[in-house]
Design a protein around this ligand. Structure first.
Ligand SMILES: [Mg+2]
Length: 320
C-alpha cells in the first residue's frame, strides 16, 4: 500500500484512484468467500470465516468496507456490526450485510445495528459491485467533507473547533500533567502589510510546519486564530517543555521563508505556556493561563516564552 502511494505521488497522479481499496469479507462458508474473491477481483480482499476473526483482524488492519454475513456460529453478523459501531476505531467503516435472511425483521435489525446496505443471497454479482462502488464513493466523500470541516485549509492544522474537541479528550483522559502552549507570530500584520497576504500565508505555512514537526507525536496542535496556534502536550516535564518550546522558538527565528523572486523572510514567535495543577479546573482555564502568559511575552518584548504554573492573571488579546 505504501509503495503504491509513493509511486502515485512520485508520478503526480491522483492518489485516491491509484490506491486499491481493501474489503473485509466475513462469511462462515468457505465457498461464499471464494465467490466473493472472484467477484471483487479489483479490490484487495481480506477473508474472515467468523465474527471473532473479523474483530481480531480489525485490531491491526485498516479496511475501507466490510461485507458481513449474518448467520454465523457463536457470533452473528448483527453482534459483529454492533461491536464495530461501538468502537471508535471501526465505527466509520461501511458495513454491507450479505445474507440469505430476507425477512423484514432481519433487514430492520441490520440497519439498526449500523449497516449501510442489505443484500440477499442469491445476489447478482453486478448489482453487488454497483452497491460496493456506491458505498465506497460515499465513504470517500464523507472523509473529504470531514477533513474540510475539521482542518484549517491553509496550514492543514486542526481548526479551532477540532482543536477543542481533541483537546478536551486529551485533557480529560490524561493521567499526567498537560502543558498548554499558545504561540503567536510576532508582528504578523506588518508582514502582511509590507509583503502582501500571499507572503503572510507562506509564513503561516512554514511556521506551522516547523512547530508540527518538533512537537511530540501525540500532541494536539490547532490554528485557533489568524496567526495564533495552540498546542496541548501530555506527560511532559516542565524542563522538557521549556527545552522544546525554546527549540521551536529558535528554529522558527532561523527560518528563511522564500516568498518568490529570490526574496526571503524571517519572523519570530512569542509563546505562553501553562500547565495543569493548582488553580486549573478545566481546559478553558488552562488555555486562559497560557494566553495570559502569551500576553506577557508580547508585552515584554516578543520572541520569547513565558511560563505560568498557577495564578489568576487575565489578559486581553494582543493587537497583533
Ligand atoms: Mg453463514
Amino acid at each position: 500500500m505504501n509503495n503504491e502511494l509513493n509511486e502515485a505521488m512520485a508520478q503526480g497522479k491522483p492518489i485516491e484512484r491509484r490506491i486499491q481499496k481493501t474489503i473485509l469479507v466475513v462469511d462462515d462458508t468457505p465457498g461464499n468467500i471464494d465467490m466473493m474473491l472472484n467477484i471483487l477481483k479489483e479490490y484487495d480482499v481480506i477473508p474472515a470465516t467468523s465474527g471473532e476473526e473479523a474483530l481480531f483482524l480489525l485490531e491491526n488492519e485498516t479496511v475501507d468496507m466490510i461485507l458481513l454475513d449474518i448467520m454465523m456460529p457463536s457470533m452473528d453478523g448483527f453482534e459483529v456490526c454492533s461491536r464495530l459501531k461501538a468502537n471508535e476505531a471501526t465505527r466509520e467503516i461501511p458495513v454491507i450485510f450479505i445474507t440469505a435472511k430476507n425477512d423484514l425483521d432481519s433487514i430492520e435489525k441490520a440497519y439498526d445495528a449500523g449497516g449501510v446496505d442489505y443484500v440477499t443471497k442469491p445476489f447478482r454479482p453486478r448489482e453487488l459491485m454497483a452497491r460496493v462502488k456506491t458505498h465506497l464513493h460515499l465513504r470517500e466523500v464523507i472523509g473529504k467533507l470531514d477533513y474540510l470541516a475539521t482542518h484549517d485549509s491553509l496550514t492543514g492544522l486542526y481548526n479551532r473547533r477540532k482543536f477543542f474537541e481533541l483537546g478536551r479528550k486529551l485533557y480529560n483522559s490524561s493521567k499526567s500533567t498537560v502543558s498548554a502552549v499558545i504561540i503567536d507570530i510576532d508582528h504578523f500584520k506588518r508582514i502582511n502589510d509590507c509583503h502582501g497576504h500571499h507572503s503572510g500565508d507562506l509564513v503561516l505555512k512554514a511556521v506551522t510546519k516547523t512547530i508540527g514537526a518538533l512537537l511530540p507525536k501525540q500532541s494536539v496542535l490547532g490554528r485557533v486564530g489568524g496567526e495564533e496556534f495552540a498546542a496541548l502536550i501530555d506527560a511532559c516535564t516542565m524542563d522538557d517543555v521549556k527545552q522544546l518550546i525554546d527549540i521551536i522558538r529558535i528554529t522558527v527565528s532561523e527560518l528563511i521563508i522564500s516568498i518568490g523572486g529570490g526574496a526571503g523572510l524571517s519572523c519570530t514567535i512569542s509563546s505562553g505556556v501553562a500547565r495543569t495543577g493548582d488553580g486549573v479546573a478545566s481546559l478553558d482555564d488552562l488555555l486562559k493561563k497560557a494566553d495570559a502568559a502569551l500576553y506577557e511575552a508580547k508585552q515584554s518584548g516578543r520572541n520569547r516564552t513565558i511560563f505560568r504554573q498557577s495564578d489568576t492573571c487575565t489578559r486581553q488579546l494582543p493587537d497583533e
